[in-house]
Design a protein around this ligand. Structure first.
Ligand code: TRP
Length: 450
């Protein structure tokens, strides 16, 4: 495809929304609270914040920048910005990470879809941890419904992606995000006014440093990547649709803060309720599916609000899944001159197959384990804790040591139009030294290599 006919975002506000649409998703509503709960609370949050600011944000800027500079998919980017051959591996790793992530992410999205109906019929309107656990357990241990909901999610997002970038992604991302935000605020207020809510706030904001182990740090770093869709080419691919005059540092910073506020709101909606109702903070993936209904149940109009909440979360997951699918779809369609529809169909088919073990990991295939993890946990671990950080190191090393400051300066300042030289120097320093070193140390420690 030539550059002039390449599809892209049509307005700079649209860019912001689509990028936000990629970042905000089940990561905020589901992964952030589950991981914060099972890794000890405030200490985890602290490490996550540091990782987001010192590693995530600068990486997000340079990853987006590479995409826009080369105007290509995550593999072809490296054909265009360097003569050196090997860097393309980053794009191919991203290809694999996208499939792995979507294989389990679409399963969680499927649970959300299922919960829309459970909310509407009142079958999850309970504040009793036992009942809530039972309902969730029944859903995930049923192989047929696990598979069918996942297929619904993939069918829906696959069809949206076939319609193209600006029409598909932008249209979906544009709507409904503000509503989710408002609903989270309401949820927060209710949760914080429950008797015993303070214990939840303490859990979330009063760090106990003894709980910060190397494995916890690696998980927090992985979450920082996962949250901002980094390290596997999503931001490169989206960056390739950015406008020439888009202010990349400003846009990415806004997205980072907006994304963080959604996560914190979700945390403040969930943890006070966890302690007020006697749920276990370390419940893991089921945490959100039990506590959120409990908070809604304890307020007037709960059923309507609860249903709306799961609808909006489903919508948020769509924006994120689209950005995941876009990576392999762009690679296949641009490198193998395949039509967009065919590329999308192939991608979805691959994920359908890989998704089966993830969907069945709590039923038929619960005993199939590798490194002590079922398929669902393994896909999550391999992508968030290994592929994304390794991709992140490579992108940082590439920009810091091959691409270089003058080019970065030119790109991030839009050829001198933006007066942000000092900021770019800081970003360069972070991606050249701090980010790759700290990711490498965290990775090796977290995996007990050193
Ligand atoms: N950031 C999204 C979320 O938090 C998930 C996501 C979308 C993602 N695209 C990604 C994660 C690319 C890693 C890489 O829900």
């Amino acid at each position: 495809m030539t550059q002039s006919t390449r599809d892209g975002f049509t307005s700079s506000f649209g860019v912001l929304l689509a990028t936000l649409g990629s970042a905000v998703g089940l990561g905020n509503i589901w992964k952030f609270p589950s991981l914060t709960g099972s890794n000890g609370g405030a200490g985890f949050l602290l490490v996550y914040l540091l990782a987001t600011l010192l590693v995530g944000l600068p990486l997000m800027m340079v990853e987006t920048m590479l995409g826009r500079a080369a105007r290509a998919n995550a593999v072809t980017v490296f054909d265009r910005v360097t003569q050196q051959k090997g860097w393309k591996i980053i794009g191919w790793m991203g290809f694999c990470a996208a499939l792995l992530i979507t294989a389990f992410y679409s399963e969680v999205a499927g649970w959300v879809y299922a919960y829309i109906f459970k909310a509407a019929t009142g079958s999850i309107a309970t504040t009793d941890p036992k009942v809530a656990q039972e309902v969730f357990g029944k859903l995930v241990s049923d192989p047929i419904s696990s598979l069918v909901w996942q297929w619904v999610v993939l069918g829906l997002t696959g069809s949206i992606i076939m319609m193209g970038v600006s029409k598909g992604i932008e249209a979906v991302a544009r709507k409904l995000m503000p509503l989710l935000f408002i609903l989270l605020v309401i949820l927060c207020i209710r949760s914080l006014t429950l008797p015993g809510a303070m214990a939840g706030l303490e859990f979330l904001f009063k760090p106990d440093l003894s709980k910060i182990t190397p494995a916890v740090i690696l998980t927090a770093l992985g979450l920082a990547f996962f949250k901002l869709s980094l390290g596997m080419g999503t931001m490169m691919t989206y960056g390739s649709y950015f406008r020439e005059d888009q202010n990349i540092p400003a846009t990415t910073t806004r997205v980072m803060f907006a994304d963080l506020s959604v996560s914190l709101l979700a945390g403040m909606a969930i943890f006070p309720a966890v302690f007020a109702f006697g749920f276990a903070p370390a419940a893991g993936p089921s945490l959100v599916f039990m506590t959120i209904p409990a908070v809604f149940t304890s307020m007037p109009g709960g059923v309507i609000f609860m249903t709306t909440f799961f609808v909006l979360t489903a919508v948020a997951s769509v924006g994120a899944i689209l950005s995941l699918l876009e990576v392999p779809v762009a690679i296949l369609s641009e490198r193998y001159s395949m039509g967009r529809k065919k590329a999308a169909a192939l991608t979805v088919l691959a994920i359908l197959l890989m998704g089966i073990p993830a969907a069945l990991s709590q039923s038929t295939m619960a005993d199939v384990k590798l490194f002590g993890m079922n398929a669902f946990d393994l896909f999550d671990f391999l992508s968030s804790n290994i592929l994304l950080p390794v991709g992140g190191i490579l992108i940082c090393l590439f920009v810091g040591w091959v691409y270089g400051l003058p080019q970065l300066q030119k790109q991030l300042s839009n050829d001198g139009a933006l007066k942000n030289t000092a900021l770019i120097k800081i970003v360069f320093f972070l991606v050249r030294f701090i980010a790759p070193l700290s990711i490498a140390i965290i990775l090796l420690h977290g995996l007990k290599v050193i």
